[in-house]
Design a protein. Structure first.
Length: 222
């Protein structure tokens, strides 16, 4: 017993101090950010946003894959509800931005990205969902875990890039033969600006309530 205690004590003492490494990384991040700012103020801003976003994702363990996967595997819907809250906040913010441009007679930001939706959208989402679960992360989750040093995620990131390049190369064919045959749906065109936002928030709210009920049900089964 005493031998085991001395063994674990030696292991604990031999643990390296990571504070100097962390300080070095912070200094490198700041230095590189200053360098980017000398090239372009936008690059410096993008660098700060990217670092901040990555830090928040890592500390919050925020992952879109987990938000869809956990309800089935563990019964937990905490990440699912977090994603829904994020959707609700961004829906309000983007509606305000778009409506502001609309009432001022300016081009509506992102209007070009209102694309047709059809069965191909559902099929693509299903295939992507399978890939996310097998890879263990979506785009944000993969990037976060690459930063943490997960070698499996490095492999996932490589094929993520390969698949994205392949998809971009063939996108024109898919658009001509499948995507344009769907129907474009822009909720403000159907329900008005405030009506469209209300419908969107109601749908998010219903899914949120169902997520809570699902977690409670799974907890009772356990």
């Amino acid at each position: 017993m005493s031998g085991n205690i001395r063994y674990y004590s030696r292991r604990k003492k031999s643990k390296k101090n990571q504070i100097p490494i962390g300080i070095s990384v912070i200094i490198a991040i700041i230095a590189f950010g200053i360098y980017l700012t000398t090239k372009s103020s936008h690059l410096g801003l993008y660098w700060v946003i990217g670092i901040s976003f990555g830090f928040i994702l890592q500390r919050a363990r925020f992952c879109f894959t987990a938000s869809m996967r956990d309800p089935y595997l563990t019964g937990s819907t905490s990440l699912t509800r977090a994603v829904l809250i994020a959707f609700a906040i961004t829906s309000i913010a983007f509606t305000a931005i778009k409506y502001g441009a609309h009432i001022n007679g300016l081009p509506i930001p992102g209007q070009d990205y209102v694309v047709p939706i059809s069965l191909t959208t559902a099929i693509g989402a299903f295939i992507f969902g399978i890939g996310m679960v097998i890879a263990g992360g979506c785009a944000s989750g993969t990037l976060m875990r690459v930063g943490e040093g997960f070698t499996m995620q490095i492999l996932s990131l490589f094929f993520f890039i390969v698949g994205s390049l392949w998809g971009a190369h063939d996108f024109g064919w898919w658009k001509r033969n499948f995507i344009v045959k769907g129907k474009s749906i822009f909720l403000p065109d159907i329900f008005g600006w405030f009506g469209g936002l209300a419908v969107n928030l109601i749908i998010i709210g219903i899914i949120y309530i169902l997520a809570v009920k699902w977690e409670n049900k799974k907890s009772e089964e356990i």
